[in-house]
Every structure is written in C-alpha cells, then in structure tokens.
Design a protein around this ligand. Structure first.
Ligand code: HEM
Length: 469
C-alpha cells in the first residue's frame, strides 16, 4: 500500500451528532467549551471533527499529533486567525497574536526580557507581594473569615505583573481602588466573547459594553505610553539600569535597541504581558490551593520543606532558596497537569500539510485538546489523583506511568510560553509561604467547586478557611 493510501482525510473523521445547519454550534456555545470537547471525545475518540454552523473544526486529543502541530509553527501552522483579528482590532500587536516573520522579531525580545537573569531581578517583587498577601490572609485567619481564593490570587498576580511589566505599584491585594485594574478586568472577558462570537455584532452596533471597552483601552494606552517615555529617559541616563533592567518594559527597551521597535509594538508587548501573565498564573495557583485544602498531609510536607530551606523567616528571601523548594514546585506542576488553565489551543494550517497520518488542507482550524491526555491513566498512573510525588525524583514509584511530555499546559514548540519560568517562581514561592504560615480547608464541598472557562479556566466558587499553623 502506498503512503498516501494510509492517510486519513478530514471527511473520514467521526463527528458528534449535531443539528441541521447549525451542526454542533448549540452545544458548543456554552462557556465551558473544554468540557463539551471532553464529552465528545468520549463519544468519538481522540480525533474527530465538529461543524459550527457549517465551519469545520478538527479536534485532536492525540498528544503526538498535538506536539507535532505545535512544533510546525510558524511556517505550517499559526494561531487561529481570529485571535490576531480581534487583538489587532483592539490595537494590541504583540507576540501572542503576531505570525510569521513579525512573530520572530517579537518573540526574540519577549524571550530575552523574560530570561532567567531578568526573572532573578524580578524575584524581590514576588517576595514583596507575597508578604503583603500573607498579612492579608493572617487578618482573614484571625477574623475566621472564609476567603474567595480566585479573586485574591487575581489581585496577587495583577500586582506582580504590573510591577514587573512596567514598575507600576497597583496594590490591589490591599483593595486600594484603582481605575487601571478596572480597565484591565474589562479586557479579557471581551476578548473571549469576541473570539468565540459567531457574528461580529460589535462592528455593527456599538453597545454600552463596547464603548466601555474602547474607553478602557484608550486609558490603558495613555498610561503605558507615559511609562514608555519615562523608562526610555531612565535608561538613557543609566548604564547600570541597562545592564540590570528592573522591569519588563525596561528589559524590552534594552533588547529593542538592537532592532528598532515602534512605540505601538512595545505597547503591544507590554499589554500582552499583562494579559498573558495574570489569569493563567492566578488560576493555576487557585487550583493548587483547591487541592492543598483537601490534603493537610501535603501542606505539612511543604511546611517542613520551607522550614528546612528558609528556617524561621516568612519568605525564601535568598534567590538561591527557590531551587531548593522542590516539593512546592512539584505541587505547582501537579496542579498545572491536573487542571491546565488552557485546556485547549486553537491552531490553523497556513498551507496544505500532512501531520501524523492526517491530511490537513490549508486554513483548517485544529483544536489541540491537551487536558484529556494529562488526565488519562494511559499516561499517568491514577491520573485524577493529586499526587505531587510523581514529579519528585526518586519518589515516583518505578512502576508508575509518568509522561511529562504530554503536558502541554504551557504550550509547546517554538511558541511555548516564555513566561513559564516566571510563573513557576510565583507559584512555588506563594505555595511554600502560604503552607508555612497556614493550615487550610475548603469552606464549600469539593464537588461544588466547578471549572469555569473564560479564555482561561479557573475554579468557580472556591472558598477556603485559613488558620495560623
Ligand atoms: C501558570 C501560568 C501560565 C500558563 C499556564 C501559561 C500558558 C501559556 C500557553 C498555553 C501559551 C500558548 C503557548 C503555545 O502557543 O504553544 C502561552 C503563551 C504565552 N505566555 Fe504564558 N502562561 C502562563 C504564565 C505566563 C506569564 C507569567 C507570562 C509573562 C508575564 C506569560 C507570557 C506568555 C506570552 C508572551 C505568550 C505568547 C508566546 C508566543 O506566542 O510566542 N505567560 N502561555
């Protein structure tokens, strides 16, 4: 049999039953698209197609196929075209929505600005904000108040990211009202709505929401432009700052000296940083807390590790401590495996291409579903059990299945998340410091905490009670 005879074409793929004309759109309109995709995979297997009002999307939960597609960027595949369309319309032209040669330029400065040396120089900010959060949680503990974890974690990552992005002291952890945060909070849900909207109605009718979005974007732009001017003049006057930039904007301006970037492009990347770094990290920490609140024995082990690494102090002050917090890091990795905040990524073929045995015509949209494999016993023994030991060298039993390669929570290939290292620092430090100071338990039933997807996936209704240990 010739090689071509073995190829699978999209028309041969199974498909969940749908309605005439609308196809699978009515079911897919739900917020929790990832759960619908998981249900359909139970019915159709790990490679199937869906029709959304006549538009065909291929859905793959095959780890090898997904890894290959991620690797084939930027040439054969790109992000789903609508992402760039919506971002560009909002005036955001940064690395996340750039493609081809333009992406290569943006990626270079972004990766450099988030490299290990710069993450090290951001470490004091992580400590500063963690300290503020610990004080706030102590107040909750003393008052025996239950904590809405998701919004607290959002405030934590917003404060870290704005400080790291351009040195802005937001202070939303301490509930200091700030218009900037309000503006930011408006952006993500609207991007999510527009990317998944079947029709671009906002281009025809300017709703109140759309007007508010425009206003927020214009305020954010004004502020970031001011920060760009100020950072440029600081850098012009300090060689030592050029060598050790104190925030992402300074780092990106230093990098951009090698190649000229317009103010619009710098703005686009700083803005991208804010969007990409906040929800993802806060959701992942929240999921970690959800599991820790049900596993006091794991909290105790994290506390023991913290005592061993940084003694009687509240925080791992020395940067070198971070590498020693192996178990706290394993907890972060396990939370990300079991509850990835980006359970699926949308890609589109730039040209006719064959991946695995699948023939993919130009412009086909492929949804890469990674959560199914990450939660499958085929790749991880007792995959739905929260077990950080599977990430600890020497602790994971040898007969256990353990396939880190299938975890694509940070994406993969040349476009994998450049903020991964920073996110792991934030998560590890916070998990360690929280467990060192507090015992905690869920204030709601575990089964009442549900997945909620809004561009990223977070735990809804997560209430936790903290007690000083
Ligand atoms: C736990 C936290 C995080 C998770 C789970 C996460 C996840 C992801 C994923 C899945 C992608 C898409 C990768 C791909 O297409 O292959 C991505 C891209 C990206 N992330 Fe993250 N991320 C996190 C934190 C951060 C942080 C803290 C930053 C920076 C402050 C950041 C900046 C970016 C950027 C700039 C991109 C676009 C890269 C490109 O298109 O080349 N992320 N992230």
């Amino acid at each position: 049999m010739s090689e071509t005879a073995q190829l699978t074409s999209i028309k041969d793929l199974p498909s969940p039953k749908g309605k005439i004309i609308l196809g699978n759109l009515p079911e897919f309109k739900t917020e929790n698209k990832h759960l619908v995709l998981e249900e359909w995979a139970k019915e159709c297997g790990d490679l199937y197609k869906i029709s959304l009002a006549g538009k065909i999307f291929v859905v793959s939960a095959k780890p090898d196929l997904n890894a290959e597609i991620l690797k084939l960027r930027p040439k054969e595949f790109r992000r789903f075209g609508k992402i760039d369309e919506i971002f560009t319309e909002l005036g955001i032209t940064g690395v996340f929505n750039a493609e081809g040669e333009r992406w290569k330029r943006h990626r270079k400065i972004t990766s450099e600005a988030l490299n290990a040396q710069n993450v090290k120089s951001f470490y004091p900010t992580i400590l500063e904000k963690t300290d503020i959060l610990l004080s706030k949680f102590s107040t909750y503990a003393e008052a025996k108040e239950k904590v809405a974890v998701q919004s607290e974690m959002m405030a934590y990552t917003v404060d870290i990211t704005t400080k790291i992005a351009f040195g802005y002291q937001m202070n939303s952890i301490e509930n200091v009202a700030d218009n900037f945060q309000e503006h930011l909070e408006r952006i993500f849900p609207m991007i999510n709505q527009r990317i998944t909207a079947p029709l671009p109605l906002w281009r025809i009718v300017k709703s109140k929401e759309s007007k508010a979005l425009d206003h927020s974007l214009s305020e954010i732009k004004k502020l970031i432009y001011t920060f760009i001017d100020e950072a440029k003049s600081r850098l012009d006057n300090s060689e030592s700052l050029k060598a050790n930039p104190s925030n992402f904007l300074e780092a990106i301006l230093v990098e951009s000296e090698r190649e000229t970037f317009s103010k619009e492009e710098i703005y686009g990347n700083v803005f991208t940083m804010l969007l990409a770094g906040e929800d993802t990290t806060s959701n992942s920490i929240s999921w970690a807390i959800y599991y820790l609140a049900q596993h006091p024995e794991i909290v105790k082990r994290i506390r023991d590790e913290a005592k061993e690494v940084y003694g009687d102090t509240d925080l791992p002050q020395e940067y070198s401590s971070f590498a020693k917090l192996k178990f706290s890091n394993a907890v972060a990795q396990e939370a990300i495996r079991i509850k990835p905040t980006t359970p699926q990524l949308y890609m589109q073929a730039n040209e006719d291409v064959i991946v695995g045995q699948l023939s993919v015509p130009k412009a086909t949209i492929v949804v890469l579903q990674s959560k199914i494999a990450q939660n499958s016993d085929d790749y991880f023994t007792n995959a739905l059990t929260f077990n950080p030991d599977r990430w600890m060298r020497g602790k994971c039993p040898v007969d256990h299945k353990h396939s880190p390669k299938v975890v694509k929570a940070f994406g993969g290939g040349p476009r994998y998340c450049p903020g991964m290292n920073l996110a792991m620092h934030e998560m590890t430090v916070l998990i360690s410091a929280l467990c060192k100071r507090f015992d905690f338990e869920l204030a709601v039933k575990a089964e009442d905490v549900k997945d909620k997807f809004a561009f990223t996936m977070h735990p809804d209704n997560l209430w936790v009670k903290f007690k000083i240990a």
